[in-house]
Design a protein around this ligand. Structure first.
Ligand code: ADP
Ligand code: ADP
Length: 229
């Protein structure tokens, strides 16, 4: 059974904007998947379906074979961790450690367990020394890593990253790439990311979906997709 599957998924926003049309997507366990395509192709909309932020207009989203319902939405959000493109959309707390603690606390873990998760997550993204810093005063790349730490502290089975390197300087890009590589290998985790960077795709992706105007126009491994006419 696939950890995420969509069947003929369609999404229409208010104003008759067909952002997704007939999307059939599969994320096997332990793979790194890139979704590429121009702005407005529907990548962010698709990601928001992976953890129930949006509801399908047509078709289905299955998480470990089960449709997302009111009853299992909390479980789904623990299984699929979504890191938004703009870290300011998901950082709310006055300090870095409080922000990273938010998710595990919300899951009902006790104080010791939360502390442990926060420590692990900050160490994974290389921000242990930033515990008491104010998130909004950090650089774009640092904020991005705080947002990622907040998600991985919940130990999801799938990490979904919307343009993880957008707006970062070269060092910020290298940090994120290194993190994604090490992290996915260490935990055998499924990582799904969108990007405009071909080098990121070449370096990280086992499988690529190419999106345009709400549909997949090509898919395959890196050599398969890039050797197409
Ligand atoms: P991408 O992430 O590939 O840039 P999006 O999923 O953000 O694409 O957008 C897909 C399409 O849906 C675009 O035409 C965009 O303008 C539209 N769209 C995105 N969000 C909304 C919204 N909240 N309301 C209406 N239209 C939206
Ligand atoms: P619900 O469980 O009601 O759907 P959430 O758990 O997503 O809501 O969020 C509850 C409140 O906490 C909201 O006001 C939201 O803005 C805030 N919040 C959400 N995510 C975070 C975070 N990572 N750090 C701090 N506050 C957050």
């Amino acid at each position: 059974m696939h950890i995420i599957e969509t069947q003929q998924l369609g999404h229409t926003y208010k104003g008759n904007i067909d952002a997704l049309k007939n999307i059939s997507f599969i994320a096997p366990r332990n793979t790194r998947i890139a979704i590429i395509g121009p702005n407005g192709a529907g990548k962010s909309t698709l990601f928001k379906h992976f953890n129930g932020v949006l509801k399908p207009t047509t078709g289905k989203v299955l998480i470990r074979g089960e449709p997302i319902t009111k009853e299992n939405i909390r479980e789904v959000r623990r299984t699929v961790g979504l890191v938004f493109q703009n870290p300011d959309d998901q950082i709310f707390s006055p300090t870095v450690e409080q922000d990273v603690a938010f998710g595990p606390t919300n899951m009902g873990l006790d104080e010791e367990a939360v502390k442990h998760r926060v420590h692990e997550a900050l160490s994974t993204v290389g921000l242990l020394d930033y515990r008491t810093r104010v998130p909004h005063h950090l650089s774009g790349g640092e904020k991005k890593r705080v947002a990622i730490a907040g998600i991985i502290a919940m130990e999801p089975q799938v990490l979904v990253l919307d343009e993880p390197t957008a707006g970062l300087d070269p060092q910020g890009v290298r940090d994120i790439v290194k993190f994604i590589k090490n992290f996915s290998v260490q935990y055998g985790m499924t990582v799904i990311f969108s990007t405009h960077s071909i080098s990121l795709v070449a370096e990280l992706a086992d499988y690529i979906y190419v999106m345009n105007a709400g549909t997949f126009v090509a898919e395959g491994t890196v050599p398969e997709v890039f050797s197409q006419p």
